[in-house]
Design a protein around this ligand. Structure first.
Ligand code: NAD
Length: 458
């Protein structure tokens, strides 16, 4: 799409929003139902595209993309009426007789920029929230997941209201052009550096942003955890999508004496899940492209690999890999890994995990495996993270009533369920006063008696 047509496209979306068509609950419900049809009618094509882009298995694609999205649509359809109703608020004595409420209203035309690792889910989950809230939307899928990007660009116009929802495909050049336009909100999913670019562009138009970024999500394993379940859940959450998950555990923090037990348990689970040779497993994914493969391969240079490490560049295959005691200032421990390498950082005492976490940027997710309520409380009270999951990895994503988003360097704002509805709504404050009673204390001419009465009712 040329620069001119991107500008025209955005202008057409703004005009359509002004027609008020998208405000009606019937329109929103119809679009959400059609979006569900888009997904269910084309399930096999979606699986094929995800296999082509990331070597994802059908089950993984269902859990993290297709099933996730249809569940999100059902949840939104079920609650839409309630979410969109005026929300009653108490009115203070000074404003009596009167009533107050919050009236959610759509923002207008929003931009949704997706990332490549869950290329279908990360583009369409924000769209569900944007439609539920009654907006027009422009979608920009990630060019790195090319098969999914073209499938989305082909299907959206076939199923959804073309005047309200549009797709622009492309990379940096097209996104830069898109970002020159004025939107009423931008939700961006991706890395920190581009997040800054998006925020700068948005500032030109004073457009609010939701930035769904990443970072290094620590996983603290205390020696009083349930070892077998802990290992299974770490392996599931780390090696899904070959570790290319924003909320995957990035590294483990564990006491020295317990580390060998944990490593053995993780190895056992890896073999249970992916067999002796994960390269042959249909359930194990591949790295998105050669650049990311080379980046991950470099992380392993000079590291003490205690399991895995096998690579085949032609296939972009990197085995599930465990690295023991990496140097804190190595690239592996400074950059977000976003791949199938799990470093094990050992501590003398598990309490040292708090300092280790707090000395680094605030993570998107933080995991703790423990049987102790006191350890749990300590971590919850003394650290900060976008989300915390105790005794599991990324299962918190399965609860649509929990907000999803980062804090500090891991992002700003949130979505999922009603949180997404609210992100794409303006929560308009409304007060309605009655006129049958009108005390004159606030009106000039002022005197000490009026002031005394005001102080009394405040
Ligand atoms: P990416 O390369 O797919 O980029 C994301 C989007 O930004 C794409 O649509 C891309 O076209 C666009 N883009 C890239 N460069 C640009 C530029 N210079 N100007 C404007 N737009 C540009 O994805 P990525 O950044 O490699 O994604 C990986 C990161 O995303 C990781 O840090 C990961 O943790 C994070 N992530 C976060 C979430 C979340 O929900 N919080 C989900 C997935 C990924």
């Amino acid at each position: 799409m040329s620069a001119l047509t991107i500008a025209q496209q955005v202008s057409a979306l703004h005009q359509y929003f002004a027609s008020n068509k998208t405000r009606s609950l019937d329109w929103r419900k119809e679009q959400l139902t059609r979006l569900k049809g888009l997904i269910t009618d084309n399930e096999d094509k979606i699986y094929q595209a995800l296999k082509q882009d990331l070597g994802k298995s059908e089950q993984e694609s269902w859990v993290s993309e297709v099933g996730y999205l249809t569940g999100d649509i059902d949840h939104s359809l079920k609650h839409l009426h309630k979410w969109s109703k005026p929300r009653s608020i108490a009115t203070p004595m000074v404003a009596q007789p009167g009533k107050s409420f919050v009236q959610p209203e759509p923002l207008g035309t929003v931009l949704i920029i997706g990332a490549w690792n869950y290329p279908f889910q990360l583009l369409l989950a924000p769209l569900i929230a944007a439609i539920a809230a009654g907006n027009c939307a422009l979608l920009k899928p990630s060019e790195l997941a090319g098969a999914t990007s073209s499938l989305v660009a082909k299907l959206i116009p076939q199923y959804l209201d073309n005047q309200a929802i549009a797709v622009v495909e492309g990379g940096v050049e097209e996104t830069t052009e898109v970002l020159k336009q004025r939107f009423d909100h931008i939700l961006y999913t991706g890395g920190e550096a581009v997040g800054k670019t998006v925020m700068k562009a948005a500032a030109e138009h004073l457009t609010p942003v939701t930035l769904e970024l990443g970072g290094k999500s620590p996983c603290v394993v205390a020696s009083d955890c349930d070892l077998a379940v802990t290992a299974a859940r770490i392996v599931w959450s780390k090696w899904m999508n070959a570790g290319q998950t924003c909320v995957a555990p990035d590294y483990i923090l564990v006491e020295k004496g317990f580390a060998p037990h944990l490593i053995e348990a993780i190895k056992t689970k890896l073999q249970d899940f992916y067999g002796q040779d994960p390269q042959q497993s249909p359930d194990y994914g591949r790295i998105i492209n050669d650049r990311h493969f080379a980046r991950l391969s470099q992380y392993l240079e000079g590291q003490q690999v205690v399991y895995g490490g096998q690579q085949e560049a032609g296939e972009r295959y990197l085995a599930p890999t465990l690295v023991m005691a990496p140097e804190p200032d190595s690239a592996l421990m400074k950059e977000e890994i976003f791949g199938p390498i799990l470093p094990i950082v050992t501590l003398d005492k598990i309490d040292q995990a708090l300092d280790f976490i707090n000395q680094r940027p605030k993570p998107l997710a933080l995991y703790l495996y423990t049987g102790s309520a006191a350890t749990e409380q300590l971590l919850l009270e003394d650290t900060s993270a976008g989300s915390v999951c105790i005794n599991d990895g990324m299962m918190f994503m399965a609860n649509p009533d929990l907000p999803f988003g980062g804090v500090g360097n891991s992002g700003m704002g949130h979505y999922h369920g009603r949180w997404g509805f609210d992100t794409f709504s303006h929560l308009k404050a409304v007060m309605k006063r009655s006129t049958w009673f009108d005390v004159n204390w606030r009106y000039p001419p002022f005197n000490s008696k009026k002031l005394k009465m005001l102080k009394w009712v405040k």
